[in-house]
Design a protein around this ligand. Structure first.
Ligand code: SF4
Ligand code: SF4
Length: 99
């Protein structure tokens, strides 16, 4: 993880873009285990069961912002993500294009 943290988010995405679809799915499964959305007040009680919105993009279920735990998430650090509220605002790639 510290090795990845030295790269920018965009460099990490560049590396991921070279992976096969299966490798990307495996990576997301790995990140799902670390994702802390399941403890987030914006997530709890919504019925959402997806995770890792920083990779998969907005939730179709979550609509109300009750705070965000992403800044303290190990995935945020490992991937050098710089944003928050991925479930509401879109994936890291999407927010990277907006900023
Ligand atoms: S940064 Fe946010 S959306 Fe991404 S894995 Fe962590 S808690 Fe989940
Ligand atoms: S992306 Fe951020 S706001 Fe959305 S559920 Fe995860 S921690 Fe909460």
């Amino acid at each position: 993880m510290p090795k990845e943290a030295q790269n920018t988010f965009e460099q990490n995405m560049e590396a991921m873009s070279k992976m096969s679809p299966e490798q990307v799915q495996d990576k997301i499964k790995e990140l799902n285990k670390i994702c802390i959305c399941r403890n987030c007040p914006t997530y709890v009680g919504t019925g959402e069961n997806k995770l890792t919105f920083c990779a998969i993009g907005k939730s179709t279920i979550i609509k109300i912002d009750r705070g965000c735990l992403c800044p303290g998430c190990p995935v945020q650090k490992a991937m050098a993500l710089r944003w928050d509220r991925y479930c509401l605002k879109g994936s890291g790639v999407e927010q990277s294009r907006m900023s």
